[in-house]
Design a protein around this ligand. Structure first.
Ligand code: NDP
Length: 298
């Protein structure tokens, strides 16, 4: 499985499965990353705002896996849009790497760099404190300009972009290589997937298991398909994503589940169609944020 890849618009290869590092903290988090790398994960999905880049760097070092064999994704934090290059430098230093395979805009939501909170600054009335005189289009132009002069950034992408935001940056002539979005059978993003496919933008599935406390893992229809395949529901969800055509980046802090998730199955066309039908009637988004309003649910 670890060798399976998708090809991005610039010809770069992205592994079909990576490790999500959100909320992987402390020694348990570090050990999980070390274990993942030792058992074959080669893509790490990281972010400045996860506050654990040092820990990721320690885990890489401890695993003995060399940088050349890894695909590292990191993301520009919302409160750093107007200081993007500074965020990039801190990211490279914290991860102890000379390069990022992909650098993504984490959200199309620039927040006050000098506000009262490093992740979600607020105004006195409690509403989100957005960066004044700034917008995500300006951020995208800045990221392009940085990539043109900095070989450290191999590829650019975005996350949490809908069609509206992708259209708004298209005049730059530089489309993101990937758009990382919440993507699972309860949020199949059909419209966005079709649009991105036409434009050559690779979707990447975050929260592919339905995130923390996932209701999908308990879905009775998925349990039947899992039993039929002598597999787990998590394996079916990840295999469905890869079969549909996008990399998946599940997170786990458990060695057993990390190994389990690595095992992508070849599902039958019938199983893929059955999984696609789950959640279609009542789509659900599990990850929301106070700084962004999503336009389309599907
Ligand atoms: P996931 O969909 O990966 O689900 C993680 C949860 O599933 C954890 O509670 C984990 O528990 C559990 N789990 C993992 N494997 C199994 C299994 N085999 N069986 C049962 N339970 C399992 O959630 P995330 O929201 O973390 O998404 C994955 C990654 O996507 C993030 O870590 C992050 O890197 C990225 N992401 C990006 C976002 C963005 O804005 N760009 C937003 C959200 C996520 P346990 O640890 O106990 O195994």
């Amino acid at each position: 499985m670890s060798s399976r890849q998708f090809t991005l618009a610039d010809g770069a290869k992205i592994p079909a499965l990576g490790l999500g590092t959100w909320q992987l903290d402390g020694s348990k988090g570090r050990e999980a990353i070390v274990h993942a790398l030792k058992c074959g994960y080669r893509m790490l999905d990281c972010a400045f705002s996860y506050g654990n880049q040092d820990l990721v760097a320690e885990a890489i070092e401890q695993s003995g896996v060399s940088r050349e064999d890894l695909f590292i994704v990191d993301k520009l934090a919302n409160t750093w849009h107007s200081a993007a290059e500074d965020c990039l430098d801190r990211t490279l230093a914290a991860l102890k790497t000379d390069t990022l395979d992909l650098w993504l805009m984490h959200w199309p939501s620039p927040l006050n760099h000098h506000g009262n909170h490093p992740k979600c600054p607020t105004l006195p009335d409690g509403t989100v404190d957005f960066e004044k005189d700034w917008n995500y289009v300006k951020t995208w132009q800045t990221m392009i300009e940085i990539q043109n002069r900095r070989p450290e950034v191999k590829g650019l992408g975005v996350a949490n972009f809908g069609i509206k935001e992708l259209e708004a940056i298209s005049f730059t002539g530089v489309l993101p290589l990937v758009n990382q979005v919440e993507l699972h059978p309860s949020l199949n993003q059909e419209k966005l997937h079709k649009y991105c496919k036409e434009k050559g933008i690779q979707l990447v599935a975050y929260s592919p298991l339905g995130s923390t406390g996932s209701a999908l893992l308990l879905d009775p229809d998925l349990q039947v398909i899992a039993e039929k395949n002598n597999a787990t529901v998590a394996q079916c969800l990840l295999s469905w994503g890869v079969a549909k055509g996008w990399p998946v980046i599940p997170r786990s802090s458990s060695p057993d589940r990390l190994e389990q998730n690595l095992n992508i199955l070849e599902l039958s066309v019938e199983d893929i169609d059955d999984i696609s039908r789950i959640g279609k009637a009542s789509p659900k988004r599990y990850v929301t944020a106070p700084w962004h309003t999503f336009e389309e649910i599907v």
